[in-house]
Design a protein around this ligand. Structure first.
Ligand code: ATP
Ligand code: MG
Length: 503
């Protein structure tokens, strides 16, 4: 029987004794064990009554077994549904109620609180710990031999992944076997992954970046990875001499740049640093290059689309851009209202089409229909432009666009000007309701303490560098910007906090 995604992995398996994951002091897990352990868990799922197409919701800490559970779901024809470990009981109620999973898997210490909720919503509850413990592994322990993978075609669902909830309530993105397989194979090729690669994996595995980009690329190339429970710079410096690649969110790189250990020698064994999930400041890119000689490779993707664009492996990795559409991905810039294609260089809505693009939002047919153009392009919600060399630039989310006095103000442009000022660590530019202008441009700034700075100094510096309508009408200083667990700035939280600023 063919199982599209797991067959792709099976056909590329390296020798059974090749290491797949090393995680802390626990014994390394080999590719032979990948097949065996995922088979045992797949048997356990079947015994628990999980049928093809059933959702398996998983809120567990990062572990090799959690990856095995993902593979077991794929092999059993179930739909893997990972949930952010930070979600509270209240939030879980929404996700479990929305996804209606057959089975909910949680950490042993949370079983008492979550099991009653799961049962009330019609799901069984099992546990999975990080030390080889939990009821699910006990059940799997009894299973022996291989597992006959459930037949799944390219368009069958492999996972439902909820979006990060940066702009509002998270939406369940339905991802097919081929969405995942095709994108990981494209990335593996584009970023030149081979079985010799060793990836430093310090990302969470409930999000597309750590789960699909990182893990599937490694699995489909027979490479290895170091699994870190969380981002820990000292641990990363300790591993770099034995690693070749790292994938991270911009905050990883900001913190590495600020670490005295970041040198050419420390990164000499590494061949590739990838950044994504949020904009990497051009300044961070440059500082990292100055200290190490490595140009961070920035790419752009979404839960709904996997990865869309990437800076080139061989060519110029241009700071502040997300590179070119990946092979097989069509990308265009369109008028946000009409969908009409715009001329090269103009700012508009980024729209994409390709084998990477999801099958729609779970149980939201109207929302799904509203986010696709009649010719099949998905409306990403991100605004951008394509420069003369074909590099894609993201200027911000459509929802974050500020319209002041009828003029469009792209926050990233204003933030770029503010971030270069001495005494500024970072900034977020938002639009707040304004009686005269509709929206008033407002700058929220985190001071670095390196030099004194106040509202007058900021406004003085921007005058002359930015057109009047782009200049902030107010400046607010804060200790830090609100971020979600993927390190994304939550501008909706800022807009809400300061909504009465100009009232
Ligand atoms: P929600 O859709 O629930 O509001 P979210 O969009 O943050 O949350 P994700 O799917 O995790 O959820 O994130 C995708 C978004 O992250 C993209 O639409 C884009 O805005 C942003 N993003 C990803 N990579 C980059 C990048 N390299 N540069 C700029 N933005 C990026
Ligand atoms: Mg989104």
């Amino acid at each position: 029987m063919s199982n599209h995604l797991f067959d792709a992995i099976r056909h590329r398996l390296p020798a059974a004794d090749k290491v797949f994951i090393e995680a802390g002091a626990r014994p390394a897990v080999t590719y032979g064990e990948v097949v065996g352990r995922s088979a045992a868990l797949a048997h356990a799922l079947v015994e628990l009554g999980v049928l093809p197409g059933d959702r398996v919701a998983v809120q567990v800490e990062k572990s090799v077994d959690a990856i095995m559970l993902y593979l077991a779901c794929v092999r059993a024809g179930a739909v893997f549904l990972p949930l952010n470990t930070a979600y509270t009981l209240n939030e879980l109620e929404y996700f479990i109620g929305d996804a209606q999973p057959r089975l909910v898997v949680v950490t042993p210490d949370r079983a008492d609180t979550i099991a009653p909720l799961a049962q009330r919503l019609g799901a069984r509850c099992e546990t999975l710990g990080t030390a080889g413990d939990g009821s699910l592994l006990e059940k799997a322990g009894a299973a022996t031999g291989d597992f006959s993978d459930v037949a799944r075609g390219p368009d069958d669902l492999a996972a439902i992944l909820y979006t990060s909830g940066t702009t509002g309530r998270s939406k369940g993105a339905m991802l097919s076997h081929d969405n995942l397989a095709s994108n990981a194979l494209t990335l593996a090729d584009y970023w030149r992954f081979t079985a010799q690669d060793v990836l430093i994996h310090a990302l969470p595995i409930f999000h597309t970046h750590g789960l699909f980009v990182a893990t599937n690329v490694v699995l489909l190339t027979g490479a290895s990875m170091f699994f870190l429970a969380k981002f820990d710079p000292d641990e990363i410096f300790r591993l770099m001499p034995r690693a070749t690649c790292m994938m991270g969110v911009p905050t990883f790189y900001v913190r590495l740049v600020g670490h005295p250990g970041l040198t050419q020698a420390a990164t000499a064994h590494m061949r590739l640093f990838v950044s994504g999930s949020a904009p990497l400041l051009a300044e961070t890119h440059r500082a990292f290059f100055e200290k190490t000689g490595h140009a961070i490779l920035e790419r752009y993707g979404m839960t709904e689309t996997n990865m869309n664009t990437s800076n080139p492996y061989g060519g110029d990795r241009v700071p502040g851009t997300v590179g070119f559409p990946l092979p097989g991905v069509s990308l265009r810039i369109a008028d946000p209202e009409t969908g009409a294609p715009l001329a090269q260089g103009e700012i508009g809505m980024i729209e994409v089409k390709g084998p990477n693009v999801f099958k729609g939002y779970w149980r939201m047919p109207e929302k799904t229909a509203a986010e696709f153009r009649p010719d099949g392009f998905f409306i990403t919600g991100d605004l951008g432009k394509i420069d003369t060399r074909g590099y894609v630039h993201i200027v911000g989310r459509g929802k974050d666009l500020v319209i002041s006095g009828g003029y469009n103000v792209y926050p990233k442009e204003v933030e770029g000007e503010i971030d270069r000022l001495k005494g500024v660590t970072e900034s977020a530019v938002i639009g707040l309701p304004h009686p005269d202008f509709g929206e008033g441009v407002t700058a929220v700034i985190v001071k670095s303490g390196e030099a004194p700075i106040d509202e007058k100094a900021v406004l003085g510096a921007l005058d002359g560098r930015l057109a009047k309508f782009k200049q902030p009408k107010a400046v607010i200083f804060v200790e830090e910007l609100p971020r979600n667990t993927m390190g994304k700035v939550q501008k909706n939280v800022l807009r809400d906090t300061y909504k009465d600023m100009f009232a």
